[in-house]
Write a protein that binds this ligand. Structure first.
Ligand code: SF4
Ligand code: SF4
Length: 467
């Protein structure tokens, strides 16, 4: 029985509700009247239900699909402007007791070396990341109560925040670790994490259980209800995602939006971010074994439809996607990307045995130049979380389209820091022009004046201003 307010996974991700929504979408995918009515609703920029959004995803009328793409692009500009936030993943440990059949870190894979970074190694990695210019990390670790207990994760977070190399600092650590207890989420919250990210992988319960045959992750309900426990533990910002390609993408899409509706209904706050990973080849994993793998066109359509359905939610794409694919979806709704990804110093680094093949292997400076050349403002901003603008406070600002008043000046200041401290001469020259070009878009006169002063101060060596 579908009930977004239920605390039971099988009720807020109700299989029959998804199937009925997909049936409704199929019946209406060529119905101009229905699609126009949904598009009108979408233009109010208050989001769409999973059922309406499923119709847009299924829509097979080329002109209407063009309207969907154009609307997604416009909504993205309205809520987020032209800034793109950058982060780097840091793999702490690839020890894992789970049996996820699509991931090379699964416990039974004996062909990869297992690596767990020591605090000293983490320190070196973080210095290397700071020297590239990163300010935001997403730490990742497999699930292994013996090798990666919560104490190890907490100690690692402490280490990361403690390092200040030259002008560098990691100002926000997002955490992507296995579903855990309220008590452990509380500890993560107290350690000052930014977003807690956990991918659902698939919302289809039967497939989920087949794809996760062993280990604690086998428990669908425990995994699916993790975000509720995280919020109970005090974490305001949670990040959802499915691994597209495991099951039918339209099913996953509806499930993902129902999960967002559930968080909104129960906690009054939707997901802070949604990630859109899709199946990629890796050691021990052949993508051809998965018949639901999606192509670039469907991927782009999913991004556009999520953008329209949850306008206030940040969307993340990783370096698993190629430069070409990332370029396409940046226009359609992505607001955050990883860049300059790699094991940063250690020979036995975790991601030499990569969880998934990285398609975009450019350096951070190359990614910065690429964004600047496309007129995006690359941003290392971490201001909201440090100003206490999290959870419902953040969402209220975002829904009122006020967040841009913070995003743009913060993006320009953190870009300036990057240009002064880390950029190549070409990137610096292009970045300075971009900053000048964007200053007039800070509409508040007082804020614009403060911004100008702070840009000069950054040039003179001061750091870490924020709006
Ligand atoms: Fe372990 Fe995560 Fe890989 Fe599953 S996806 S095997 S939980 S590292
Ligand atoms: Fe993100 Fe807030 Fe910074 Fe905008 S101001 S980029 S929403 S942290």
């Amino acid at each position: 029985m579908y009930d977004p307010k239920s605390m039971k996974a099988e009720e807020f991700i109700d299989d029959s509700e998804i199937l009925e929504s997909l049936k409704y979408a199929d019946e209406n995918k060529s119905n101009v009247e229905v699609i126009d009515a949904i598009l009108e609703k979408a233009k109010e920029r208050k989001g769409l239900s999973h059922r309406d959004a499923s119709v847009l995803l299924a829509c097979d009328i080329p002109e209407k699909n063009e309207e969907i793409y154009a609307l997604a692009e416009q909504i993205k500009k309205d809520f987020y402007g032209n800034r793109i936030v950058l982060f780097a993943p840091l793999y702490l440990s690839n020890y894992c007791v789970n049996g996820c059949i699509y991931c090379p870190y699964h416990g039974k894979n004996k062909t990869i070396p297992r690596v767990k970074l020591t605090q000293e190694q983490i320190r070196d990695e973080v210095i290397a990341l700071q020297d590239m210019g990163h300010k935001r990390l997403a730490i990742e670790a497999g699930e292994d109560p013996v090798n990666n207990p919560i104490e190890y994760i907490l100690e690692s977070i402490k280490t990361i925040y403690s390092i200040k190399h030259k002008n560098g600092a990691i100002r926000r650590v997002n955490v992507n670790i296995a579903a855990t207890t309220v008590e452990n989420y509380r500890k993560l919250h107290e350690a000052g994490i930014g977003t807690y990210i956990l991918f659902q992988e698939t919302y289809h319960k039967e497939s989920y259980e087949i794809l996760h045959p062993t280990g604690p992750k086998h428990n669908y309900a425990y995994h699916t209800e993790a975000m509720d426990r995280a919020m109970e533990g005090g974490i305001d910002d949670v990040g959802l995602g499915v691994l597209f390609g495991l099951d039918k993408y339209r099913y996953e899409f509806a499930g993902l939006l129902m999960h967002a509706e559930h968080l909104e209904a129960v906690h009054g706050v939707g997901p802070h971010t949604i990630s859109v990973p899709r199946l990629c080849p890796a050691d021990d994993i052949d993508v051809n074994d998965f018949s639901n793998a999606i192509d670039d066109d469907i991927f782009a359509k999913i991004v556009a439809c999520i953008r329209i359905a949850v306008p206030y939610t940040g969307m993340i794409v990783s370096t698993r996607e190629s430069q070409k694919s990332r370029e396409r979806v940046l226009h359609l709704g992505i607001s955050q990307i990883s860049g300059g990804v790699g094991g940063y110093t250690h020979e036995e680094r975790v991601d030499e045995t990569a969880q998934f093949d990285v398609s975009d292997t450019r350096t951070l400076d190359q990614v910065m130049k690429w964004l600047i050349d496309m007129d995006y403002v690359p941003s290392f901003c971490t201001a909201c979380y440090r100003e206490g603008r999290t959870g419902d406070r953040f969402m209220a600002l975002c829904k009122a389209k006020q967040i841009q008043n913070c995003c743009l000046p913060n993006a320009l200041m953190t870009l300036k820091e990057y240009l002064v401290d880390y950029a190549s001469p070409e990137t610096r020259a292009a970045g300075e022009i971009l900053i000048e070009k964007n200053i007039p878009d800070v509409t508040n006169e007082k804020a614009r004046a403060v911004l100008r002063d702070r840009l000069v101060a950054i040039e003179n060596g001061e750091r870490d201003f924020r709006f």
